[in-house]
Design a protein around this ligand. Structure first.
Ligand code: NAP
Length: 274
C-alpha cells in the first residue's frame, strides 16, 4: 500500500514523506515541477491540478514492491475555485484507481457527500512562515517582522506537527472521518515571537505593526497581485481581531506527543536568520 502526496515540494508533504520513509511505507511526491524540485532520493512525478491529462500518471506509478496507491494527501492549488479540479481528481482516483482515503488541509463537504474515508486538517499559522516567506529576510536583514496582526494571539504550529497528524490519518488502519484544528502549544503575539527571536539570536528583533493599507502595499512590493495582497492582509487583520485565539490538544491526541514549542523551533532553525 502506497501514499500519494500532492503539493509534493511543499512544507507539509515533504515532512509527511519523511514520516512515511521512517515507517517504510512507499510514497510518491506530485507537483508541477515533479522530480526537478523534490528532495533528492525521494520519488516524485509531475502533476498539475489544472491539467487533467496529468492525473493518470501518479496514480499508475510503479512502486518497486508492486504496491498500489490507497491514500492521497491533497494540497489545493491557489486558484479561485480549487474544489472543481480537486473534486474531479478525487472522483477519478476513486473510480478508476480504487483510492479510498484522502487527507487534506481545508474544509471539504465533498468527502462527506461521497462517503469515502477522509480526514480534514485545519491548521493555524505555520511556524515555517518565519523560514520560507518574506519574514525570513526581514528578520535576517533588518531585525524586523512586519504584520497587520497587531496584538492578536496565534497558536503557531510547526509543519512537522501537521505532517505527523497527516501521517497518522493517512496510515492508521481506522479512518478518522473527521476534521481537526491543528494548533501549536502556546498562544503568541508577534511581539512575543519577536522577543523570543531576540533572545534566541542574541540581537534585537522587533514587530512593526502596520495598518491594513501599509500591509497590502508591502505585500504588493514583494510582487504579489493586488487581490492576493488584499487576501493575505485580511487574514492578518482577522488574526488581530482574535480569530486565531484558541487552543486544543489535537496534535497530542492523534500523535501521542505534544506539539513543538516556538522556542525549540527557533533554536533548531536559528541559522536561517543569521
Ligand atoms: N502557511 C500557513 O500559515 C498556512 C496556514 C493554514 C493553512 N495553510 C495551507 O496549507 C496548505 C499546505 O501548504 P504547504 O505549506 O504544505 O504547501 P506550500 O509549501 O505552500 O507548497 C504548495 C505546493 O503545491 C504545489 N502546487 C502549486 N500549484 C500547483 C498546481 N497547479 N498543481 C500541482 N501542484 C501545485 C507546489 O509545487 P509546484 O510549484 O512544483 O507545483 C508546492 O509543492 C496550503 O493549502 C496552505 O494554504 C497554510
Amino acid at each position: 500500500m502506497a501514499v500519494l502526496l500532492t503539493g509534493g515540494t511543499g512544507k507539509t508533504s515533504v515532512r509527511i514523506a519523511r514520516f512515511l520513509q521512517d515507517a517504510k511505507i512507499p510514497f510518491l511526491l506530485a507537483s508541477r515541477r515533479g522530480e526537478a524540485a523534490a528532495p533528492s532520493g525521494m520519488p516524485a512525478t509531475k502533476f498539475d491540478w489544472l491539467d487533467d491529462s496529468t492525473f493518470e500518471k501518479p496514480l499508475q506509478h510503479k512502486f518497486p514492491g508492486g504496491e498500489g496507491i490507497y491514500a492521497v494527501y491533497l494540497v489545493a492549488p491557489e486558484v479561485a475555485d480549487p474544489a472543481a479540479p480537486m473534486n474531479a481528481f478525487v472522483d477519478y482516483a476513486i473510480k478508476e484507481h480504487g483510492v479510498n482515503r484522502f487527507v487534506l488541509i481545508g474544509v471539504w463537504q465533498h468527502f462527506v457527500d461521497i462517503g469515502v474515508e477522509y480526514c480534514v486538517l485545519r491548521p493555524t499559522w505555520f511556524m515555517e512562515n518565519f523560514l520560507e516567506e518574506a519574514h525570513r529576510f526581514t528578520i535576517k536583514g533588518e531585525g524586523k517582522i512586519y504584520t497587520a496582526c497587531g496584538d492578536g494571539k496565534i497558536p503557531f504550529v510547526s509543519a512537522t506537527d501537521i505532517a505527523a497528524v497527516a501521517f497518522r490519518a493517512l496510515t492508521d488502519e481506522k479512518p478518522y472521518n473527521t476534521d481537526y484544528r491543528v494548533l501549536g502549544p502556546e498562544l503568541l503575539t508577534y511581539d512575543e515571537i519577536a522577543a523570543k527571536l531576540s533572545s534566541c539570536l542574541g540581537r534585537e528583533v522587533v514587530h512593526v505593526k502596520l495598518t491594513d493599507e501599509q500591509r497590502t502595499q508591502r505585500f504588493m512590493s514583494y510582487g504579489l497581485p493586488e487581490h492576493y495582497a488584499n487576501f493575505l492582509t485580511s487574514l492578518e487583520v482577522s488574526a488581530a481581531s482574535g480569530v486565531e485565539d484558541r487552543m486544543n490538544d489535537a496534535v497530542e491526541r492523534v500523535t501521542g506527543r505534544p506539539s513543538q514549542k516556538f522556542d525549540v523551533f527557533a533554536q533548531q532553525h536559528k541559522t536561517a536568520w543569521q
